[in-house]
Ligand binder design. Structure first.
Ligand SMILES: Nc1nc2c(c(=O)[nH]1)N[C@H]1C(S)=C(S)[C@@H](COP(=O)(O)OP(=O)(O)OC[C@H]3O[C@@H](n4cnc5c(=O)[nH]c(N)nc54)[C@H](O)[C@@H]3O)O[C@H]1N2
Ligand SMILES: Nc1nc2c(c(=O)[nH]1)N[C@H]1C(S)=C(S)[C@@H](COP(=O)(O)OP(=O)(O)OC[C@H]3O[C@@H](n4cnc5c(=O)[nH]c(N)nc54)[C@H](O)[C@@H]3O)O[C@H]1N2
Ligand code: SF4
Ligand SMILES: [Mo]
Length: 762
């Protein structure tokens, strides 16, 4: 095996804190559970429903703290944060209706969320500066009237927190009306994974389940900050290291929790001391992952470690990939990714030496203009190293929202797979429209061009989640009617307003819904949520299923199915069983209470649902990562300190997507959100100083008075928090998936002209 060219960086030499997890987690649990809402929090944690937060999936029928294998203590502080936000009292009467829009727009994300829970329907009518209360009967009448428009002028957007039943009903309604305009948050998230995995394996989700992960002896973790965003995955990584396995981290940022993590699920001493996570770290140039993986493949090829028989038997397209490997020089690879041949060879040697490798990735891979190629490059490496279709091995996209994968399975997507199309056509007794629908970015563009009359948002924050916030606001302002179904107010409800009327409608969350629902985790596990009760007893909330069934019934009556009957989620489940591939077991779940793995997703044999049964490999081009010159942004004055960087926009430790819970991110040493993480060499090179205030100028907008934080990030790159940074960027899209390049935003960073240190000393 080649020598390890560089040791894993020691967290002891980095900023405080020196590990992820550990004591702050215990403190957080104690604070939350001992607070006045503590008893209700415990009650909710023990409720038989899935965690609201991420798609790793915890809870459900086995009880609030268990994973799908029944293992206890699998609930993290993120889950507590999410529940606590839902247990807030109602927004006091008169706050949303009493304050003017100008006042409401001054609230930042955290302040919006802290207003409390939505508990009665509100409407903002044309010409008014205030939301005002409205009764449900008028809501239903207005909504149905707004949906009686030509199908191509109707659209929905959804965020993966709602149930499978609501998701299925939404797409069935939109499709029955003749539209495919089903934009979804996954368009901004893992769409490149779904596209690439479908092409390669004929199946768009993880091929690894939890049990299989527990048999792997190496995990390659790419572009994921799991300690913050999927904390329970850390338990699996700790155990993997304990059984002598490897964790290879590929990330331009040295995330402290990926070096060392203290998990409360471990014995108290190892929790406090922290466990080592990464056994190897590669810090590439952001956006260069195809080069990294091409390098790994080339090293496997050249070292003779390619399992030829396996590749020839179970893959096609390898000939073209081999040609690319032979014709791409090491110089080109290293130049693109900023890693040496030796580093890549050493990493490939470890992959080759491991018995079974799981390749796992998140937004650092998908949020690029070549996101789909990035995923294909991971797929190529997994296949060329013989790590697909075996226990303990495979490809594993780490999904985001707790039911985002369920939304995809239910057909909430602009691309409907053929078996489901046929089943839906049979159910509805008519052909479905073949006009391509609007995904999230096309929806914004169509709205901006005045081509959308009515938009229904099932959760989420379409305004806050999109690139180029000004464009998003203008586009939404061209739509006649927007209907927001939400649990809590967010910035989208203040800035993403329709031209004629905006309705803001309160819904039950997962643990309050008065009927049973299901969700699907990123590991293909379908969980059952038992009926619950809300603490907002004097409010007028509605279940998402009830709302959608009422709308469908008003629009379509009994044509061709009895839409009112869809108010019964058990009946929806029978339709899901008939139409959604792999979901047959849901037909009996009401009687059996048996949660299940979606059939046909986890591959323990190298036979895939492609026409040939083989995995499809394809060459992946090296991207051109040249950054524009300062002049592109208006330039620097002679002697002015500043430089052009490639900006990563990511989550802080204390936020869930556009919803911010805590102001800072102590793990990256960023004390507040108006900060930019930069490499010390870049500071020296540009004449900027640590903690100086700078202007960050993007192609669509600028942010001033941003504090510079020196940190463990690769030179040439910087990191800021989303959604605030979304004003900076133009929407640059991966053409294969429609997903924006949120992780490679060209910006000019320059000293604030109002700052005393604006000019460099000479
Ligand atoms: N607590 C919490 N949990 C969450 C969420 C949340 O907001 N808060 N959001 C949920 C959702 S919807 C999602 S999608 C997931 C997101 O989970 P992640 O994908 O872990 O979240 P990000 O903050 O986007 O961080 C991505 C990581 O990619 C790295 N990265 C950036 N650019 C590159 C690159 O070019 N190459 C490589 N190899 N790495 C790169 C960044 O340094 C960062 O560590 O989390 C889910 N869970
Ligand atoms: N710059 C930048 N932009 C990004 C990203 C990034 O990394 N960088 N990440 C992208 C990613 S991965 C994603 S997934 C998107 C996220 O985009 P979205 O999913 O659109 O946004 P969220 O902030 O998760 O939406 C939160 C809102 O959902 C509502 N909600 C919560 N629970 C429920 C429920 O049970 N039912 C209903 N009806 N509503 C509910 C609440 O009102 C809450 O305010 O953002 C994307 N945008
Ligand atoms: S890892 Fe994800 S699903 Fe599990 S408890 Fe934490 S937030 Fe919930
Ligand atoms: Mo996401």
């Amino acid at each position: 095996m080649s020598p390890d060219p560089e040791p894993v960086p020691s967290p002891e030499s980095g900023p405080e804190p020196r590990q992820g997890g550990g004591w702050p987690l215990i403190e957080g649990w104690a604070r939350a559970t001992l607070s006045p809402s503590g008893p209700r929090l415990w009650q909710t944690l023990n409720h038989r429903s899935a965690c609201l937060s991420c798609a790793w999936g915890t809870g459900g029928q086995k009880g609030g703290f268990r994973d799908e294998l029944g293992e206890p203590l699998q609930r993290c502080l993120k889950s507590v944060e999410a529940i606590n936000a839902e247990l807030q009292p109602a927004v006091p009467e008169g706050v949303l209706a009493g304050r003017s829009l100008e006042q409401l727009r001054r609230l930042d994300s955290a302040a919006c969320d802290r207003l409390g829970r939505l508990d009665r329907p509100l409407i903002l009518r044309e010409g008014s500066r205030h939301y005002e209360p409205i009764g449900w009967e008028e809501v239903h009448a207005l909504t149905a009237a707004a949906w009686r428009r030509p199908p191509e002028r109707l659209a929905s957007y959804s965020s993966g927190r709602s149930s499978n039943e609501a998701a299925f009903l939404l797409q069935l309604l939109v499709r029955a009306l003749g539209s495919n305009n089903l934009a979804d948050c996954s368009d901004l998230c893992h769409a490149p994974s779904t596209v690439a995995l479908n092409r390669a394996f004929g199946s768009g989700t993880s091929m690894v389940n939890l049990e299989s992960l527990q048999h792997s002896d190496c995990v390659v973790l790419v572009g994921s900050n799991a300690p913050a965003n999927h904390p329970r995955l850390m338990n699996e990584l700790i155990r993997l290291r304990q059984r002598g396995g490897e964790v290879i981290v590929i990330n331009p940022v040295l995330e402290v929790g990926l070096l060392k993590f203290g998990s409360p699920a471990m014995p108290i001493r190892s929790m406090l001391r922290g466990s080592e996570i990464a056994s190897m770290v590669l810090q590439p140039i952001p956006g260069s992952d195809t080069a990294v993986f091409l390098g790994l493949q080339k090293a496997l090829l050249e070292s003779g470690a390619l399992p030829w028989e396996f590749v020839k038997a179970h893959a096609e397209g390898w000939e073209a990939l081999l040609q690319q490997l032979e014709h791409t020089s090491w110089e080109a690879i290293s130049h693109c990714c900023g890693l040496s041949r030796e580093q890549l060879e050493a990493t490939a040697a470890r992959i080759a030496a491991a018995g079974a490798v799981v390749f796992a990735w998140a937004m650092g891979i998908t949020h690029h203009a070549n996101g789909t190629d990035n995923v294909q490059a991971i797929v190529n490496t997994a296949v060329l190293s013989g790590n697909v279709g075996r226990p303990g091995a495979g490809t594993m996209p780490i999904r985001g929202h707790s039911n985002v994968q369920g939304f995809g399975s239910m057909g909430v997507s602009v691309t409907l797979r053929e078996p489901m199309r046929q089943a839906l056509e049979q159910l509805l007794g008519r052909p479905l429209s073949r006009v391509p629908g609007y995904d999230t970015r096309r929806l914004i563009e169509a709205a901006g061009a005045g081509q959308v009359d009515t938009l229904l948002c099932l959760g989420g924050n379409l305004y806050g989640a999109n690139p180029d916030s000004h464009q998003a606001r203008r586009a939404l302002g061209q739509i006649d009617t927007i209907i927001y179904l939400a649990t809590k107010p967010n910035t989208g409800h203040m800035h993403g307003l329709a031209a004629r009327q905006t309705l803001l409608l309160p819904v039950f969350n997962r643990f309050e819904t008065p009927h049973r629902t299901t969700v699907e985790s990123g590991n293909n596990w379908v969980r059952l949520n038992e009926p619950g009760r809300t603490h907002l007893s004097s409010g007028a909330l509605i279940s998402e299923v009830d709302f959608l069934a009422e709308l469908a019934h008003r629009l379509l009556g009994n044509d061709p199915i009895d839409w009112q009957r869809l108010q019964d989620p058990a009946y929806i489940r029978t339709l899901i069983a008939r139409t959604v591939p792999g979901y047959g077991a849901i037909a009996t779940i009401d009687a059996s209470h048996q949660e299940f793995e979606v059939a046909g997703r986890v591959f323990l044999e190298p036979r895939f649902p492609t026409p040939s049964g083989r995995a499809r490999l394809a060459p992946t081009a090296l991207p051109d990562l040249t950054l524009p010159e300062a002049e592109h942004f208006g330039g620097l004055a002679p002697g002015e300190a500043g430089l052009v960087l490639s900006l990563i926009t990511a989550r802080s430790y204390g936020q869930h997507n556009t919803v911010v819970y805590q102001p800072g991110d102590s793990y990256r040493g960023m004390p507040h959100r108006h900060t930019i993480l930069m490499n010390v060499d870049d500071l020296k090179r540009s004449g900027l100083q640590p903690h100086q205030r700078v202007t960050v100028q993007g192609e669509a907008g600028a942010l001033e008075q941003v504090e510079v934080i020196p940190g463990a990030i690769r030179a040439g790159a910087a990191l800021m928090f989303y959604p605030e940074a979304n004003v900076l960027m133009r929407a640059v899209i991966d053409p294969a998936s429609g997903t924006p390049a949120f992780k490679r935003v060209p910006v000019l960073v320059r000293a604030d002209r109002t700052d005393g240190r604006a000019l460099s000393p000479d």
